[in-house]
Write a protein of this length. Structure first.
Length: 148
């Protein structure tokens, strides 16, 4: 009977080793590729976060590349001046930020009254490079828009 138990233990050990090798063989050493992410913060010249700024990310078509560039996304910053973007491929994107810092005022006396818009539009422009498996963090400072 002891011969039976020796064979049984030997078979169990062999089966366990085969299962362990199979489990290790199916595991990959590479981490799964995660999509690139961008976290953009918008501040003014004093470093104060700007809420409700319009952040536009888009690609710029290169003349030496025949593949059409069709990536674009628009979001508004939250209460702490941040906005998050997720993309499926690494890329270099142009960032354009607008903040309409205006208000409407009614002037004059009825019937000769009119509404005027008072204030400035603030802007920021730049580029951001998105890489796989990374969260790219950038800070853009709003300033007076330049006229072309």
């Amino acid at each position: 009977m002891s011969e039976f138990f020796k064979k049984m233990i030997s078979n169990i050990t062999l089966t366990t080793c085969i299962m362990l090798v199979a489990a290790l063989a199916t595991q990959s050493c590479k981490k799964p590729v995660e999509d690139p992410k961008a976290e953009i913060t918008i501040v003014d010249s004093t470093g104060t976060a700007i809420a409700d700024a319009k952040v536009i990310l888009f690609c710029v078509q290169r003349t030496d590349v025949s593949v059409e560039c069709n990536i674009a996304d628009t979001q508004y910053t939250d209460g702490v001046g941040k906005v998050n973007f997720d993309f499926t491929n690494p890329s270099v994107l142009r960032v354009s930020v607008l903040k309409y810092n205006t208000e409407e005022r009614e002037i004059g006396v009825f019937p000769d009254n009119e509404v005027i818009i008072v204030g400035d539009t603030l802007c920021a422009d730049g580029f951001i490079t998105l890489e796989s498996n990374e969260v790219t963090e950038e800070i853009f400072v709003l300033g007076k828009c330049e006229s072309n």
